[in-house]
Design a protein around this ligand. Sequence first.
Ligand code: FPP
Length: 259
Amino acid sequence: MINFFKKKKQEAEKKNEIHPFDKLDEIPAHVAIIMDGNGRWAQKKLLPRIAGHKEGMNTVKKITKRSSQIGIKVLTLYAFSTENWRRPDPEVNFLMQLPVDFFDAFVPDLIKENIKVQVIGFTDQLPAHTQKAVMQAIEDTKNNTGMILNFALNYGSRSEMIEATKQIAKMVKDNRLDSEEIDETIFESHLMTASLGDYQEVDFMIRTSGEERMSNFLLWQNAYSEFYFTKELWPDFNEQSLENAVSVYQKRHRRFGAL
Ligand code: FPP
């Protein structure tokens, strides 16, 4: 086994990559990120807010690749919340175009890295061009078996739970389920994250930009996760920032020989 780890390390070093086996002994399986601070990043540079979102998209590419390389199984990114519609139209329009540009440019890399795209959120309310780009990316990567890149697009956790409740209530009404049978497993199976299977629960939640709130993000799924808040603005967050965050997670998780 030691030789296997050594070989992996040498291979990774040759390719100038890090790998899960040298210092990273316990990788969080499901990492969720609230990518905050794009607007402030742009403001600091006297640029329009959308310039921050554009740079934020480049950060998504970097962090996706590195997450997959270090062995994360699911990376959920909060790209647009159900509350974000309240922003000025030009900004909303820009944010709706981002997935189109992102997938146009990045799907070949996702295929190369064996990354599978999934989505959670009320996607039927997105503009047609955004829906089309997302659905095409899901289709193009559906046979990939590596990390799941899970975009939260028009996602809100409270609405997600209300929808789940409605579905369960209907099953009870139609006599397909006894109300006494409702438990956590049944509830979870009606959440948008159900397709993540064993990785439905978040292990590690990261929020950038110094804000320390959950903002209606995966409230059920974060019940037992570790939280990590960093002052870095999302466009400044990079591979090293991710590794630092994962190291903090691992320190919290050190078992010191105990179970
Ligand atoms: C929060 O920053 C960020 C968003 C609402 C949008 C996040 C989107 C991206 C990072 C790009 C997504 C990329 C793809 C591929 C979909 P903010 O605008 O609230 O920043 P502020 O708090 O500094 O104003």
